[in-house]
Design a protein around this ligand. Structure first.
Ligand SMILES: [Zn+2]
Ligand SMILES: [Zn+2]
Length: 107
């Protein structure tokens, strides 16, 4: 099937003014009105179909997940080292609060 000509909406099988997914190898073209959800455009205004947007974020999530695993391991090593020190101070978790204060000042 030649997707570069006579394209049809994947949802209603009718041609016309279609959004064509900019992802490599993705054959999806769809009417904005058929999507039923917000169309996603990247920084340069290219359309990406919900499937490719999901794929992109899923890949990002799994990359972040492996980062979380790594940093979690580092954190537990850090905490175990901390436990061995009898005079350790209470862990200070202030970063988030500071950011909230900052946001409140801006808003
Ligand atoms: Zn359609
Ligand atoms: Zn796509």
């Amino acid at each position: 099937m030649d997707w570069t000509e006579n394209q049809q909406c994947v949802l209603c099988d009718i041609g016309g003014n279609l959004l064509v997914c900019s992802d490599d190898g993705c054959p999806i073209s769809v009417h904005k009105s058929c999507m039923g959800c917000e169309a996603h455009f990247d920084d340069v205004g290219n359309f990406h179909c919900p499937y490719c947007v999901y794929k992109q974020y899923a890949a990002e999530a799994s990359r972040l997940r492996s980062k979380v695993m790594l940093t979690k391991k580092a954190l537990s090593t850090f905490l175990e080292a901390d436990m061995r020190d009898d005079n350790h101070p209470e862990p200070v978790v202030e970063t988030v609060n500071k950011e909230d204060d900052l946001h409140q000042k801006i808003n």
